[in-house]
Design a protein around this ligand. Structure first.
Ligand code: GRF
Length: 194
């Protein structure tokens, strides 16, 4: 049984999909805790499933490194096999990534390496391209630059707004994330080999 700590910042729809999937006794992973850099709305999903939450706000620390140290300590306290970033909107300090790599994965609403960073959906729309996508990657010390686990194209429709496009991308992200976790749990993917 793969134990997961999920880090979010927002509504946590990807987290919700993971929690719903793990209700199936056959699903080989369990979320043991949910963390955030704020009192995230998505904590409501964890609370509904009785899963502990923790928040480590950057503003409570002298600097990003001190914040990263506390976040790392909190994450490590759960002894999880895999850390899943899903809508976590902060860059993790190198010490955090180096301590846990390669067991940190991230979902991104673009077809990496296209449109990395915090505004992947908006950037794809602004670029006027016909399609973008969703990606699941291993987190490294770059910005959405780690090894790609899986990705899938998503069409951009005429009249799309950032919101309508993002809502079309998220279900693809959720499906890719759940499949990635299944493949990792069943040793079909070894993150050390990517
Ligand atoms: C997801 O598209 C994630 O990839 C991006 O922000 C969104 C978070 O959505 N970083 P949610 O909080 O899971 O609903």
């Amino acid at each position: 049984m793969l134990s997961l700590v999920v880090l979010i910042s927002g509504g946590g729809s990807n987290l919700r999909a993971l929690l719903d999937a793990s209700q199936d006794a056959e699903f080989p992973a369990r979320v043991v805790a949910v963390g955030a850099d704020r009192d995230a709305d998505g904590f409501a999903h964890a609370e509904e499933y009785g899963i502990p939450t923790f928040s480590v706000a950057l503003s409570s620390f002298a600097d990003r490194d001190a914040w990263g140290e506390e976040l790392l300590a909190q994450v490590r306290s759960w002894n999880a096999d895999l850390i899943v970033l899903s809508g976590f909107m902060k860059l993790l300090p190198p010490d955090f990534v180096d301590a846990l790599a390669p067991n940190v994965i991230n979902t991104h609403p673009a077809y990496l390496p296209e449109f990395p960073g915090a505004h992947g959906v908006r950037d794809a729309l602004a670029a006027g391209v016909a399609q973008t996508g969703a990606s699941v990657i291993v987190v490294d010390n770059g910005v959405d630059s780690g090894p790609i686990i899986s990705q899938e194209r998503v069409a951009i429709e005429p009249g799309d707004t950032e919101s309508s496009l993002h809502e079309r991308i998220k279900p693809v992200e959720r499906r890719l994330l759940i499949q990635a976790i299944l493949d990792i749990a069943n040793s079909r993917i070894d993150l050390k080999d990517l």
